[in-house]
Design a protein around this ligand. Structure first.
Ligand code: 13P
Length: 186
């Protein structure tokens, strides 16, 4: 499967798994000095790799006929800060997003969360969607981890492929469900 097809597959799986509703969320992957990202506000059913937009690392559109995701600044800032990251998934999954309203880390202390995220998942400072401020806040909250919560907004998961970044988001959602059930017992 091409990298672009992997981006679309992860985006459709994100929707199928219920981690987003409607056209929310976004997925990207880095290939050399370019980033393939899902377009803004396009439903996932029927999305193909021809719908993706390719950006330079500076954010210029270099290929594609659609408008890129409104959260492209978050994706580009994470790639700039984290050479180890090749793919990013952003979801609005319910329990993790609810946890993000608390403004504190998601810290269940399980091996599962450690393996997926590399430790407790921090919550980024609140900032408007699509802004440079949310991009900076996401980078700061990720710092060495593979996941972060965006305050009152959603989840960022990163990895070495779109499927792995999606797995991180799915684990964070399950861990957030546990945290709510247990009152975040450790
Ligand atoms: P896009 O459709 O522009 O990618 O934005 C969806 C979203 O989830 C914003 O946070």
């Amino acid at each position: 499967m091409s990298l672009r097809a992997e981006v679309v597959a992860a985006a459709r799986d994100m929707h199928r798994l219920g981690l987003v509703a409607a056209s929310h969320g976004n997925v990207s992957a880095r290939e050399a000095d370019a980033v393939h990202i899902t377009p803004t506000a396009l439903p996932y059913e029927g999305m193909s790799d021809e719908d993706l937009v390719t950006l330079s690392l500076a954010g210029e559109v270099v290929a594609g006929h659609r408008e890129p995701s409104s959260e492209r600044r978050v994706h580009l800032a994470v790639y700039a800060a984290r050479p180890d990251v090749s793919a990013i998934v952003h979801t609005h999954s319910v329990y993790a997003t609810a946890w993000s309203f608390r403004g504190e880390p998601l810290d269940t202390g399980t091996d599962e969360l450690q393996a997926a995220a590399g430790g407790p998942v921090r919550t980024a400072a609140e900032a408007p969607s699509g802004s440079n401020a949310i991009a900076r806040a996401a980078v700061e909250a990720l710092n060495g981890r593979r996941a972060a919560l965006l305050a009152r907004h959603g989840v960022i998961g990163v990895g070495d492929s779109p499927a792995r970044a999606l797995d991180v988001c799915a684990v964070v959602e399950r861990q957030a469900q546990l945290a709510w059930l247990l009152g975040q017992a450790r």
